[in-house]
Ligand binder design. Structure first.
Ligand code: BTN
Length: 327
């Protein structure tokens, strides 16, 4: 999509409550009316429901497709790079898989967004069920110049950003270290971070996020640990959420690249569903009861074991559980 066409659709979106003349658009963009008409025709063939009424002009009608597409996502997005290049799909195997295939060719902050995933990936080889109208599925491509040992923390940077964006929309979620967002004690979002690196340097990192949004019936095996915003009686605009997230994530990611972890850690600690509780850490199938004390600046969980000694728990290595519940 050309920049000009993007400007045309943005003007139509801004004025979708009324008709606007071709003359008005051509004045704003400094283009001939014939050229505006060409762009309108192309937009119509892309599926935009644009009515042309003689004597009135053009009007974009509300339509299902407007819920989420690359123009709507970018429209009024106030970031400098996060989400500024969007690859949108009605259906795809996995946004993480696609992000991995384009990562070397696209700028940092490019995102892949899909309405449905047919092979959504969860952590530890699990499937992330990604039906249409039930969730938001997207992946962001990052290219930070950081040591490889710092990369895992990006999952938590994304978690802090997502918690912040959800909170701004009135949804009080918590973070189950290291990468689940929970609402009313059940998981509503997961983050899958994948990295491509050479021996010493990172080529790119893909941070994939799935948020359960719409009404959802979960498989019996996870019904007591998973939920969705709608199941908990929260209604959100997916566009507001994704745009808000890109803004918050860019903000925290800049802190992260500048080695300023203060705000991120404050959120991770403040919103933690784990700190200050007795939990089980599960390593290779072995359960150990510990007390969760802190999160360090690498994102490791600091726990006190039953002998009273402090231990570092590294992300990726283990899973954790509440003593008698998911958390
Ligand atoms: C987890 O909690 O297990 C992580 C789930 C991550 C799911 C998201 S949905 C968008 C992106 N694409 C994928 O295939 N997975 C991530």
């Amino acid at each position: 999509m050309t920049k000009t066409r993007e400007k045309v659709i943005n003007i139509l979106i801004d004025n979708s409550d009324k008709y606007i003349s071709g003359e008005y658009i051509s004045d704003i963009l400094g283009l001939s009316r014939a050229s505006i008409w060409k762009h309108i025709k192309a937009l119509k063939s892309e599926g935009f429901d644009i009515e042309s009424k003689s004597g009135h002009g053009y009007r974009l009608h509300e339509q299902e497709k407007r819920g989420m597409n690359s123009y709507e996502i970018k429209h009024k997005l106030k970031t400098s790079y996060m989400g500024q290049e969007v690859y949108y799909f009605d259906s795809i195997d996995s946004t993480n898989i696609y992000a991995n295939t384009i990562a070397n060719k696209v700028p940092e902050g490019s995102v892949v967004v899909a309405k449905e995933q047919t092979q959504g990936k969860g952590r530890s080889g699990k499937v992330w069920v990604s039906d249409q109208d039930q969730g938001i599925y997207f992946s962001t491509i990052l290219k930070p110049s950081i040591p490889i040992t710092r990369a895992a923390f990006l999952t938590q940077v994304a978690g802090a950003a997502l918690t912040t964006s959800l909170e701004k929309l009135g949804i009080p979620c918590q973070i189950k270290w290291p990468n689940d967002l929970v609402l009313n004690g059940k998981k509503i979002a997961g983050i899958l971070t994948e990295m491509r690196a050479e021996i010493e340097s990172i080529s790119y990192i893909v941070v994939g996020i799935g948020v359960n949004v719409g009404p959802k019936t979960f498989d019996q095996s996870i019904a007591n640990v998973a939920t969705s915003l709608a199941n908990e009686d929260y209604e959100v605009s997916e566009l507001d959420l994704i745009r808000g997230f890109f803004l918050d994530f860019e903000d925290f990611y800049e802190d992260f690249k500048n080695k300023d972890y203060r705000r991120i850690l404050d959120i991770l600690k403040d919103k933690s569903a784990v700190l200050g509780k007795e939990i089980y850490v599960i390593r290779d199938g072995q359960k150990e009861k510990v007390f969760a004390e802190n999160i360090d600046e690498y994102g490791n969980l600091i726990v006190r074991n039953e002998l009273g000694f402090l231990e570092e728990v590294f992300t990726g290595e283990i899973s954790i559980r509440g003593l008698d519940s998911y958390i």
